[in-house]
Design a protein around this ligand. Structure first.
Ligand SMILES: *[C@@H]1O[C@H](CO)[C@@H](O)[C@H](O)[C@H]1NC(C)=O
Ligand SMILES: *[C@@H]1O[C@H](CO)[C@@H](O)[C@H](O)[C@H]1NC(C)=O
Ligand SMILES: *[C@@H]1O[C@H](CO)[C@@H](O)[C@H](O)[C@H]1NC(C)=O
Ligand SMILES: *[C@@H]1O[C@H](CO)[C@@H](O)[C@H](O)[C@H]1NC(C)=O
Length: 438
């Protein structure tokens, strides 16, 4: 199939009946406590890292003061282990009084005052995964109302301690209950992850109508093995998963672990690049108080964020798996642009991969190319010209590709690299309802 035809297929197969709460038209971005801070409730001996209002206020300060918010990282999300072991005398969930002495409404105000949004965690079942009170069917309404009253902006609803029939009732019920509160609350459903992530057990048409995002697969851990395992599952199942993503409804391969302990810089760039190709939610789970400048540069790279946030919201695909261990990934973007990722599974040395844009089915003559991680425009490239990219072991080369003729027509004389460097790129990638002109 030609690139142009494939784009049309991808675009039109995107489901149109997204959850109607107006939220998350591009993949949500922010910070989520779980992978890095887990269920550390020991505030006595580990006050800096325990699940407490201090941790979330610290991270809110960092998001708002260190340039994250302006790039789109606006959600700050509580995960499991925040609540008291008992509901209050009116049956409502309540925060642990020792670790959240001023309560969740205070934290929500603190977060909102900094231009951020607050997410919280619940579990459809008798208990949360960590053993805290769950949301049984009779509690769905009261919990939705409690979260809305508190000023919550997003709910992740986990699925421990329940079963398939229960989930089939509960996940749509919570969607209705959130809507009924009148407060727009982004809704993340762990449902598919508990049912194997694939049809016929999972109905992605339905998920798109009731959830803004959903966890399809197991939890990420702080290791390269875990990232590879997730990448393999998502791209091996891309024929099922790719068409169901779109504005307001996203597959969620889980958190970014960039800035933690398990990934090298090359592997960090790989996670960021492949999550951008997947149109994945970008929830970092790391310690923003101590993050290295290298990890920060990757997470704050404007071009890769712009690609992730492209307003068409078309999830990308793996195009090629070479015997050499090189893989090529591709995502169509607005304004006839696209993103390419050359990824190496090798473990020897940088591999010199030779190909041409024509071999990747680009057929519009001359293209502009911007190298996302070296942050440099490359010389114009003819579709028929062979080129070589040098891809580091477990690393990527990521390109933003744009037909030169389209560029001249639509963008006038302004310089390509300038467009991409500044916040302009972000706006550009999110701008207009462009025709698909590749
Ligand atoms: C390019 O198009 C051809 C013909 O439709 C197809 O067989 C091939 O898989 C495509 N290649 C890539 C890299 O998408
Ligand atoms: C609730 O659903 C209706 C109909 O789908 C929609 O118009 C409205 O914006 C939703 N409200 C909220 C708060 O999500
Ligand atoms: C599912 O869970 C509900 C609530 O705990 C229980 O009543 C029901 O019997 C369970 N169904 C199956 C098939 O296990
Ligand atoms: C999936 O859900 C949609 C929307 O609710 C429904 O129309 C469709 O029949 C379901 N598909 C299957 C196979 O159950």
């Amino acid at each position: 199939m030609q690139r142009s035809a494939l784009i049309l297929v991808l675009a039109f197969s995107t489901a149109t009946l997204a959850l109607d709460n107006g939220l998350m038209r591009t993949p949500p971005m922010g910070w989520l406590a779980w992978e890095r801070f887990r269920c550390d409730t020991d505030c006595e001996s580990d006050p800096q890292n325990c699940i407490s209002e201090t941790l979330f206020m610290d991270m809110a300060d960092r998001l708002s003061e260190d340039g994250w918010r302006e790039l789109g990282y606006v959600y700050i999300n509580i995960d499991d282990c925040w609540s008291s072991m008992a509901r209050d005398n009116q049956g409502r969930l309540q925060a642990d009084p020792e670790r959240f002495p001023r309560g969740i409404p205070h934290l929500a105000r603190y977060v909102h005052d900094r231009g951020l949004k607050l997410g919280i965690y619940g579990d459809l079942g008798t208990h949360t995964c960590g053993g805290y009170p769950g949301t049984t069917l009779d509690k769905v309404q009261i919990d939705a109302q409690t979260f809305a009253d508190w000023g919550i902006d997003m709910l992740k609803l986990d699925g421990c301690y329940s079963n398939a029939t229960y989930q089939e009732q509960g996940y749509p019920m919570m969607s209705k209950a959130l809507n009924a509160t009148g407060r727009p609350i982004g809704y993340s459903c762990s449902w598919p992850a508990y049912q194997g992530g694939l049809p016929p057990k999972v109905n992605y048409t339905l998920l798109g109508q009731i959830c803004n995002l959903w966890r399809n697969y197991g939890d990420i851990q702080d290791s390269w093995d875990s990232v590879l395992n997730i990448v393999d599952w998502f791209f091996n199942n891309q024929d099922v998963l790719q068409p169901v993503a779109g504005p307001g409804q996203w597959n969620d391969p889980d958190m970014l672990i960039i800035g933690d302990f398990g990934l090298s810089m090359d592997q960090s760039r790989s996670q960021m690049a492949l999550w951008a190709i997947m149109a994945a939610p970008l929830f970092m789970s790391n310690d923003l108080r101590t993050i290295s400048s290298g990890a920060r540069a990757i997470l704050q790279n404007k071009a890769v964020i712009g690609i992730n946030q492209d307003h068409l919201g078309i999830q990308g695909r793996r195009l090629i798996k070479e015997k050499s261990g090189i893989e090529v990934y591709w995502r169509p973007l607005s304004k006839g642009a696209s993103a390419l990722v050359f990824f190496s599974r090798r473990s020897d040395m940088p591999y010199r991969y030779m190909t041409s844009l024509k071999m990747l089915n680009y057929t519009l003559g001359v293209y502009k190319v911007y190298d996302v991680f070296s942050e440099k425009p490359l010389p114009e490239l003819k579709d028929s010209t062979d080129f070589v990219v040098s891809v580091n072991p477990s690393g990527v080369v990521m390109w933003y590709v744009y037909p030169a003729a389209e560029w001249r027509k639509e963008a006038g004389p302004s310089r390509f690299s300038e467009k991409l460097r500044g916040p302009k790129f972000h706006r550009y990638a999110n701008e207009v309802d462009a025709p698909l002109v590749l």
